[in-house]
Design a protein around this ligand. Sequence first.
Ligand code: PNS
Length: 164
Amino acid sequence: MTRRCVCPGSYDPVTLGHADVIRRAAALYDEVVVAVLHNPAKHGTFTPDERRDLILDGCGDLANVRVELFADRLLVDVCRDVEASAIVKGLRGGTDFAYELPMALMNRHLTGVETVFLPGDPRFEHISSSLVKEVARYGGDTSGLVSDRVRDALAERLHRARER
Ligand code: PNS
């Protein structure tokens, strides 16, 4: 039986912390589905297709990882569709745990799917998509927080756009 997990998120955009969790999940499971969950009514910084391309830019070398887009879906339904037995998420600390625990329990309540938490690598403890976007918006350097391609895409989308 193929052991398959889902790494869900908004990924707007993918950070080095996300990429680390995806790589570690790929070492633990036969297959990883990176599920980009988005709300079509909300404008993100990047379109779902752009988010997928940026994820693949960092993880495309992993043969057992694929990226799929899901609009307006419950995570448990995504897990059922792709036949995943587990959700894998990174935990950066107590605040993340307080946010993630009710979701993990709700998802298990709904279909029995388990959530596996991986301790976030301390090198990436301070990184979130929203903070990275704030740094980029005001012209800060996001090197070391995201891949070079994401850094350049952020500068183009958030900073240079403000200067025009
Ligand atoms: O990157 P994020 O914003 O932390 O990702 C959160 C996400 C998309 C994983 C979470 O909001 C989610 O699972 N959304 C899908 C809708 C759903 O299933 N909600 C109920 C969770 S108990």
